[in-house]
Design a protein around this ligand. Structure first.
Ligand SMILES: *Cc1c(COP(=O)(O)O)cnc(C)c1O
Length: 361
């Protein structure tokens, strides 16, 4: 018996998704940084992305990069969240490159790199309207200048991140600004800006639309590879698998119950009680999975099954047509939020298939 709840991770489908995006973007002169943050630094998934041709790996958490480092994943690793000052040493010890917006942090990275006799690459992130991380464009040149002057630090290039905080869409205008900024750094300082990282999965619509790509030569992709969707409208991407990762959970109670609660209604385990209507008797099942394991609002149930609610450890389903007797397993598709929570829950087993065969020696 396989344990439940579990994430079933089909590496073959992830490999296909990654390879498809690497090929489509490659035609446009853009390489892919495979983002592993939703996989908790899984060495198997990292290896799968590399087999598919991603150029480097990126993760927002140094812990995940350390895990991949320890597993000897053979790739250049970029920390894609600004390093904590308090983690500067771990960052230079484990990541080859980090994305930065604060000169104080870059100075500390330089200090730690000198202490350990390493060099560390720096990508400077530029604010282009989404108002999450990024140096204001007017302040960028000064920051590049000081970065160039710091011992054991290599200025690798620039990047931007859109959509995540405010939903600002990557488009011809903001992407052209990043190109102009790269050009102006080169013209002013007489150097080559190697990496111009245009963004994340939200950039795919723009990057594959046939638009002028300019200097953009890298995208950092996580969700599109793992879930097969672009992230501006969460539509499936043509030719990609949207079910590379599914969540399986087990029925622990199956009963006919009234649809109307009885008694005086106050708060539930997670706040306000939802409005209920009397639909008579319903066929209800409880799965042994809850808020502690997954974001229930990000689950998509199979046809004919409705998700009615969840508490810490219970997910309530109703179905007329499906047999949801005790012991039955139900599989769900997940959105990014459900995926991240399930990946990080120690109660959820990760079951992988489709590992590539090692070459016989
Ligand atoms: C998470 C993240 C990404 C990847 O985003 P997806 O939507 O998963 O493709 C890229 N860049 C940065 C800075 C991120 O934090």
């Amino acid at each position: 018996m396989m344990s439940a709840p579990r994430l079933e991770i089909d590496l073959r489908k992830i490999r296909h998704n990654a390879r498809t995006l690497v090929e489509r973007l490659g035609k446009r002169g853009i390489s892919v940084t495979g983002v592993t943050k939703a996989t908790l630094g899984s060495a198997e998934i990292a290896a799968t992305l590399l087999e598919a041709g991603v150029k480097r790996l990126g993760d927002s958490r140094i812990e995940n990069i350390e895990a991949m480092h320890l597993a000897q994943v053979p790739a250049s690793m970029t920390l894609i969240r600004s390093p904590m000052l308090s983690q500067a040493k771990r960052v230079v010890m484990n990541a080859d490159v980090s994305c930065n917006t604060e000169i104080t942090v870059i100075r500390k990275l330089s200090f730690e790199a000198q202490q350990t006799d390493r060099t560390h690459g720096v990508i400077l992130m530029v604010e282009l309207g989404d108002l999450r991380e990024g140096i204001m464009p007017d302040d960028l040149l000064d920051c590049v200048r000081e970065t160039l002057s710091l011992p054991n630090i290599v200025f690798e290039g620039i990047g931007t991140n859109l959509a995540c905080r405010s939903g600002v869409s990557p488009d011809g205008k903001n992407m052209a600004m990043l190109t102009e900024i790269a050009d102006s750094i080169e013209a002013t300082l007489g150097l080559t800006v190697e990496i111009v990282s245009g963004g994340n999965s939200a950039n795919l619509e723009w990057a594959l639309s046939g638009a002028e790509i300019g200097r953009i030569n890298d995208l950092r992709l996580g969700e599109a590879i793992l879930l097969g969707c672009e992230t501006l409208h969460r539509q499936p991407i043509d030719g990609l698998h949207t079910d590379a990762i599914t969540l399986c959970a087990e029925v622990i109670e199956a009963k006919i119950k009234p649809s109307m609660p009885s008694g005086r209604i106050a708060q539930t385990a997670f706040g306000e009680a939802p409005p209920v209507t009397d639909r008579g008797l319903v066929t209800q099942a409880i799965l042994a999975v809850g808020q502690q394991d997954v974001d229930p609002s990000g689950l998509q149930a199979p046809n004919g099954i409705d998700i009615m609610g969840a508490s810490s450890d219970h997910l309530i389903l109703e179905s007329v047509s499906n047999d949801l007797s005790v012991g039955t397993e139900v599989s769900f598709q997940l959105n990014y939020s459900a995926l991240v929570r399930a990946m990080t829950s120690s109660f959820v087993t990760k079951f992988m298939t489709g590992m590539q065969q090692q070459n016989p020696r």
